[in-house]
Design a protein around this ligand. Structure first.
Ligand code: NAP
Length: 377
């Protein structure tokens, strides 16, 4: 159904889409290549939200190079949009340009689009095909797909650990277990996320900024703190700069004064408590999705990591493993109890294993999360 040249052009479109890794949020990263008479005549990728989508960029690029778009083939990594959002529908623009063929990697999981964009193109007499390098396209927008399909972000839990799975000394000291290269790599993963989340235990112990510094990016992810009782110091680094979102268990007369102080520091407070008086984590994910969070990058301690995992709120682990041992009484990675039988253990799949400097980087997916994610258009 697809030729070798089709593959090459879609690979190019995917490479273009990846250029928007840090910038398109909350929109998906999309790439587009326009081909006519075997030649690439225009290329584009999604610009920051509110600006051109990939198809429009590619068409502008083709026209700027003096090309006529009539009869061209458009390779797009995601179905062209069919609705008026912050920009007009790309499907219309392709129809008006009189392209002859559109090859899409995957359908748009956005319920406002899902198939309608391709339908509009077909109705206009354009030869439309979908499904070329779909897995690669889905990976690139794993968070967007999750938000659209599951109404929750894709949750990636980053942990730096010793080879015996320890994340800090009993004293709380944990900086640094992994090397500089791994830490810089961690910043690249922060940069692609819509938001970075941590817990009050980590803030009290380490006072982290939770910003992206080691890689160049024009966009800082939103910062999110889980702090049931608003115990964060108004002077904490996590509150410095753009407004930080703080989830607590309740907002009432008992913490009104603290709440006011934190608001004065620019924090936005959201009360979502569970029966245990802690933050209701699944509800928090729903709230984050409603706010446009696609990929949520978690860097918390073992307690919050444990709750997130137990409550089914984790999709994958981004694990940096250092060639060192810290001992059994050092802090663990994830506070979960052993299951009653091995059959009940949490199963993961190794998605990627790489060496970063002196450390290992393991991307491991919870089996359930993988199933949910592939069950998409
Ligand atoms: N090596 C690494 O990758 C890494 C990364 C981050 C942190 N750390 C280390 O981890 C240590 C801190 O660990 P930690 O476990 O104390 O901190 P944490 O997991 O960051 O925060 C835990 C706190 O979150 C609050 N919380 C609110 N809702 C919760 C819920 N539903 N479930 C669980 N917790 C909830 C609880 O405090 P309240 O009840 O007061 O809200 C809880 O004590 C530090 O030593 C830090 O250096 C290591």
């Amino acid at each position: 159904m697809f030729s070798q040249t089709d593959f090459l052009h879609m690979e190019r479109a995917l490479a273009l889409a990846a250029r928007g890794l840090y910038t398109t949020d909350p929109n998906p990263r999309v790439g587009c290549v326009l081909v006519k008479d075997g030649e690439i005549i225009g290329e584009g990728y999604t610009q920051p939200a509110g600006q051109d989508h990939a198809e429009i960029q590619a068409m502008k690029n083709a026209r700027a190079r003096g090309n006529d778009l009539r009869g061209a083939t458009a390779y797009v990594t995601l179905e062209p949009c069919s609705h008026f959002g912050r920009t007009p529908p790309c499907a219309n623009a392709l129809i008006e340009a009189k392209v002859a063929r559109v090859i899409a990697a995957m359908e748009d999981p956005n319920p406002l689009v899902s198939g309608r964009g391709l339908g509009m193109l077909r109705d206009a007499g354009i030869d439309v095909r979908c499904g070329l390098l779909a897995n690669e396209a889905r990976e690139l927008n794993i968070g967007f797909v999750s938000r659209m399909v599951r109404k929750r972000p894709w949750v990636r839990m980053k942990i730096a650990a010793s080879l015996d799975g320890r994340t800090g000394l009993p004293s709380g000291e944990s900086q640094w277990i992994t090397g500089e290269a791994a830490r810089a790599d961690g910043h690249a993963w922060r940069a692609r996320a819509s938001a970075i989340l941590t817990g009050i235990g980590t803030v009290k112990e380490d006072d982290p900024r939770m910003t992206v510094r080691a890689v160049d990016t024009p966009r800082q992810p939103k910062r999110v703190l889980v702090d049931s009782r608003l115990g964060v110091s108004p002077l904490a680094q996590i509150l410095v700069g753009a407004p930080t979102l703080v989830f607590c268990a309740s907002l009432d007369e008992h913490n009104a004064e603290r709440a006011e102080t934190l608001r004065a520091r620019g924090a936005e407070l959201v009360a979502l408590g569970n029966a245990q008086g802690k933050v209701d984590l699944p509800a928090m994910l729903g709230e984050l999705a409603a706010r446009g969070v696609n990929e949520l990058h978690v860097e918390a301690g073992y307690k919050l990591n444990g709750s997130l995992l137990r409550e089914g709120c984790v999709d994958e682990l981004l694990l940096y493993v250092a060639p060192s041992l810290l001992g059994t009484n050092a802090l663990g990675m994830i506070d979960i109890a052993a299951p009653a039988s091995l059959d009940a253990r949490t199963r993961l799949n190794f998605h990627a294993v790489d060496r970063i400097g002196d450390d290992l980087r393991i991307l491991a997916r919870i089996e359930r999360a993988e199933e949910a994610q592939t069950d998409t258009p």
